[in-house]
Write a protein that binds this ligand. Structure first.
Ligand code: HEM
Length: 491
């Protein structure tokens, strides 16, 4: 008998991994896992060798510093140009060695002031200009992607690869076409559940290649090809620049370059650097822009007007000396606004842009929440389920930023269950950059505008692509993927 036999859960899931794979295929995995936790409790067996948890003790045991848990093969799909990077390294040692090369560049102190803060404020100004050019009517799924793409490309590559979507550069704007291609969900499903078959299928050439094409989950060019090519060209441009040109930027690529093998024995090669930067690029686009989209959409809904009013009041009280020369709130001051912080937390609670399971495994046996977990078992937790625990978040499906400021609420407990950026050694490294972008843009928008949904977006939820799923507001009966129409009216 496997020790996992003691763990509650549906018998069919314990018998075959294809039961969960079928949920993935239907795009219902995360919601199904949440429903299973409601039915069976905080520990549920969801596969012959897979268990999902929903408790803060399990968060500490699995993701806490020094837990020894490693990322599973699921993360292979984040390798770029055939090279591993911080996201896809399985072992703590490899991961730690890579992370220490640039972790300081992502520190909060590096985001609040200085060059990065000025860069973010400048992108916010460009976004405000775009809104004005568009007459206050905006399809914000796209325009917020332009904002996050322009910001992260400048942060990573400086002038060697920054995009200019907000200034209307068409070729750069076209890069988000990679993101809206819904076939990428199908390809992710094949790559995770049938990795060898998928690799074999795409490597066919000649006559078999022509036949294989008919069975491709996603036609060539596949997932993120345009963005990956852009990232590779930026790295090549940097690599071939003169030493003085290289020294002219403090972008992340220059920090990585100081560990290039031309600078240090056993250092990184060009492709290692290209893969690392491309991975941060991919991690920093949708996450930030999808959160901003849900935040603006949720505040725009008629039933949430009171929350928008409170936010407007707070940001209109930002003193003049906390604005930059373009009248954009400075990053360091936007960071201190408590109602804005509550609005962002509540958005990330209900609409975490990475809501699904974060799978890990340990090469040795262990005990979690009283159950023996054999070596190699895949264990995971999802922000989606943690954030919907009704014992912690009263009326969990309701968007209510006030809950984060309620003196009667158990705030310490709520903060423990808040897990949008993950936790431990492998938590999101880009959190402070994302927060700088979100606080400053939202403060600038609501200082000037009131927002309302356009068309049927008062009742239709916008939808975003998760790994194999579409996420939207569960309380809406209708959803439209990759679109959100909002009107910005000066107040
Ligand atoms: C609202 C915005 C964001 C959210 C909610 C978010 C969330 C997350 C989460 C949940 C993880 C862990 C994923 C897992 O283990 O499966 C993660 C990892 C990561 N994120 Fe973010 N992220 C955001 C923005 C960004 C930005 C702007 C960057 C820019 C570089 C970034 C870079 C990364 C990287 C490189 C990792 C891997 C960290 C590691 O393995 O040590 N993220 N993020």
């Amino acid at each position: 008998f496997s020790p996992l036999a003691r763990i509650p859960g549906p018998k069919t899931f314990a018998l075959t991994k294809f039961k969960l794979a079928y949920e993935d295929y239907k795009g219902t995995r995360t919601r199904k896992i949440n429903a299973l936790h409601h039915q069976y409790g905080p520990v549920v067996r969801i596969g012959p060798s897979e268990v999902t948890f929903n408790s803060t003790s399990a968060v500490r045991a699995i993701y806490g510093a020094g837990s020894g848990f490693e990322r599973t093969g699921f993360y292979h799909m984040f390798e770029v140009y055939g090279r591993k990077n911080m996201f896809s390294f399985a072992t703590t040692k490899q991961h730690g060695e890579r992370k220490k090369l640039f972790a300081h560049a992502y520190a909060k102190s590096a985001m609040l002031k200085g060059q990065n803060a000025q860069m973010v404020e400048q992108k916010v100004k460009l976004y405000m200009d775009l809104l004005e050019r568009d007459g206050g009517k905006s399809e914000i799924f796209s325009t917020l992607h332009y904002f996050s793409l322009d910001t992260i490309t400048e942060f990573l590559y400086g002038s060697f690869g920054k995009t200019a979507c907000l200034e209307g550069q068409r070729q750069d704007c076209a890069l988000i076409g990679d993101i809206i291609d819904i076939a990428r969900r199908k390809l992710s499903w094949y790559a995770v559940h049938f990795p060898h078959f998928t690799e074999w299928l795409y490597s066919r050439t000649g006559v078999t290649g022509c036949i294989a094409k008919r069975f491709y989950p996603m036609q060539m060019p596949t997932t993120y090809s345009g963005i990956r090519l852009h990232a590779l060209k930026a790295t090549q441009k940097y690599a071939s620049a003169s030493a003085s040109a290289k020294a002219s930027t403090s972008a992340l690529i220059s920090r990585l370059w100081s560990h290039h093998h031309s600078q240090k024995p056993n250092g990184l090669d060009d492709l290692d650097i290209a893969s690392e930067c491309a991975d941060h690029l991919l991690a920093g686009i949708d996450t930030t822009s999808d959160t901003l989209m849900f935040l603006i959409w949720a505040l725009s809904r008629p039933e949430n007007r009171q929350f928008q009013d409170k936010l407007i009041e707070e940001v209109c009280n930002i003193p003049e000396d906390s604005l930059d020369s373009n009248a954009i709130p400075k990053v360091e001051n936007s960071d201190k606004l408590s109602y804005l912080d509550a609005v962002i937390k509540e958005t990330l609670r209900l609409y975490a842009p990475l809501p699904g399971s974060e799978p890990r495994s340990l090469p040795t046996a262990t005990i979690i929440d009283g159950y023996t977990i054999p070596p190699g078992t895949v264990v995971s937790i999802s922000p989606y389920a943690l954030h919907r625990n009704p014992d912690v978040f009263k009326n969990p499906m309701k968007f209510n930023p006030d809950r984060w400021l309620d003196p009667c609420a158990n705030l310490a407990e709520m903060k423990k269950w808040f897990w949008a950026f993950s936790s431990g050694g492998r938590m999101c490294i880009g959190m402070h950059l994302a927060m700088a972008e979100m606080t400053t843009l939202v403060a600038a928008i609501y200082r000037k505008y009131r927002t309302t949904p356009m068309g049927d977006f008062d009742t239709v939820s916008p939808g975003i692509t998760g790994r194999y799923e579409v996420f939207y507001d569960d309380t809406c009966s209708r959803m439209r993927e990759h679109e959100c129409q909002i009107e910005f009216t000066p107040h």
